[in-house]
Design a protein around this ligand. Structure first.
Ligand code: GDP
Ligand code: IMO
Ligand code: MG
Length: 427
């Protein structure tokens, strides 16, 4: 592993936090490059559970430089709370650096996210209501407030005044809401700025120096491939680029410096929020997987929709991310199921579809074509070596490799660090 990208290959919550934490033991730098506190990455270490939203999952290692890159959106209140919580639990955050180019989530972003979700009613996206979309909208509209702007009281006041004039007009005239108080926000956010300042840096320089020194760098994706704004199930996506291509822009690093991409793949699939999901299980098996796998959102607590593994999704993820390997997580959760299914393609109006379609109208009508495999009875959560897995578990994994076209490098059989089987040390 020199400069390794770890992305989610499905709809998020694949277990990226656990895998990044495991790999971070060998990393010198860990970088988040997109998204914000819509992410919830769970890391279990030393009997403690940490739920990280913005801070990279490398933070539990005291000597690891943790970078929150320019492609992210920062809610100052949330990141400061996360820093405080970690410090209270004895985790040192002095190696955390936040990009001066990242954008600030302001209270009106959160408010607009909430109002828009409510207004859309049944047709909503099911966002995390953390202001992510509205903040990225401002970024693209070129009116956003970057962290470097937040740190300059004069510039911050000017930008906030212009923005709030417009946002308040929208809040009052379109949504019939109360306007927001300029001075209150200004004072509150200037305080956050003071506290954030020691962490803020030009992270592209830090990264460049790390590359020059040939340091081991890990890029931690948030969300997942199918939530990518360009390549996901649009419009039921997030507003950033969770795919591996997002690293270059979101961290400020050239593509020539990426050495390997690994995709985190849950042994089944989950999705939170709305949007088509061909292999969704609305029966007892779906509920069983949800309960056994504790499939409830890390950020919002919403029950996750559960379904069978979909090879069409995996092939797509392998293609657009350039996956060199995959890490399969939560294999333990499938133990005890008599039969397992893998979707190997879709049937759409009498035709076979082998490639993941762009049109949601098509995807909604796709019927999964399943291959059935025998399950295993054994509890595998204590298995430490690949060869000791039950024969049917190995068959399931081998089939995942065949249908996705990507080699498995790791298998996770539980949330803890030591519940990780390294199949091939090729990362
Ligand atoms: P992320 O967003 O991709 O980092 O994933 P989340 O943390 O939101 O969700 C994954 C959940 O599964 C967390 O509660 C993890 O602790 C847990 N987890 C990760 N790997 C495994 C595993 O192999 N087996 C089990 N049973 N739980 C796991
Ligand atoms: P991690 O990093 C799963 C989903 C939301 C919604 C859509 C848009 O933990 O895997 P947003 O608030 O981003 O505008 O919501 O994206 N979503 C996630 N689903 N895991 C996540 O992050 C997610 N972050 C956003 O549920 O469907
Ligand atoms: Mg998550």
């Amino acid at each position: 592993m020199t400069r390794l990208v770890v992305i989610g290959a499905q709809w998020g919550d694949e277990g990226k936090g656990k895998i990044v934490d495991f790999l971070a033991r060998k990393a010198e730098v860990v970088v988040r490059y997109q998204g914000g506190n819509n992410a919830g990455h769970t890391v279990e270490a030393g009997g403690n559970t940490y739920k990280l939203h913005l801070i990279p999952s490398g933070i539990l290692y005291p000597d690891t430089l943790c970078i929150v890159g320019n492609g992210t959106v920062i809610d100052p209140k949330v990141i400061l709370q996360e820093i405080d919580d970690l410090n209270k639990r004895g985790i040192n955050t002095s190696n955390l650096r936040i990009s001066d180019r990242s954008h600030t989530i302001m209270p009106y972003h959160v408010k607009i996210d909430e109002i828009e979700e409510d207004r859309k009613g049944e047709a909503n996206i099911g966002t995390t209501r953390r202001g992510i979309g509205p903040c990225y909208m401002d970024k693209m509209e070129r009116i956003g407030i970057r962290v470097c702007d937040l740190l300059e009281p004069g510039i911050f006041r000017e930008k906030l005044t212009t923005n709030l004039e417009m946002k308040n007009a929208v809040l009052e005239k379109i949504y019939g809401q109360q306007p927001m108080d300029m001075e209150k926000i200004y004072t509150e956010y200037c305080e956050y700025a003071k506290r954030l300042k020691p962490y803020v840096a030009d992270t592209t320089v830090l990264l460049h120096n790390a590359v020059k020194a040939d340091k081991k760098i890990l890029f931690e994706g948030a969300q997942g491939t199918l939530l990518d704004n360009d390549l996901g199930t649009y419009p039921f996506v997030t507003s950033s680029h969770p795919v591996s291509g997002g690293v270059c822009i979101g961290a400020g690093i050239g593509p020539t410096h990426i050495s390997h991409v690994t995709g985190v793949v849950k042994a089944y699939i989950t999705r939170v929020g709305k949007g088509p999901f061909p292999t969704e299980l609305l029966d007892d098996i779906g509920s069983l997987i949800r309960e056994k796998g504790n499939e409830y959102g890390t950020t919002t607590g919403r029950p996750r929709r559960c379904g069978w593994l979909d090879a069409t999704v995996l092939k797509y993820a392998a293609r657009i991310n350039g996956l060199g390997s995959i890490a399969v997580t939560k294999l333990d959760v499938l133990g005890g199921l008599k039969k397992l299914k893998i979707c190997i393609g879709y049937e759409h109006q009498g035709r076979i579809i082998e490639e993941f379609p762009a049109s949601l109208a098509v995807l909604e009508k796709c019927k999964p074509i399943y291959e059935e495999m025998d399950g295993w009875e054994e509890d595998i959560s204590g298995v430490k070596e690949y060869r000791l897995l039950p024969a049917n578990a190995k068959r399931y994994l081998e089939r995942i490799e065949e249908v996705s076209g990507a080699e498995i490098s790791m298998v996770s059989v539980g949330p803890a660090r030591d519940q990780t089987i390294v199949v091939k040390e090729r990362l």
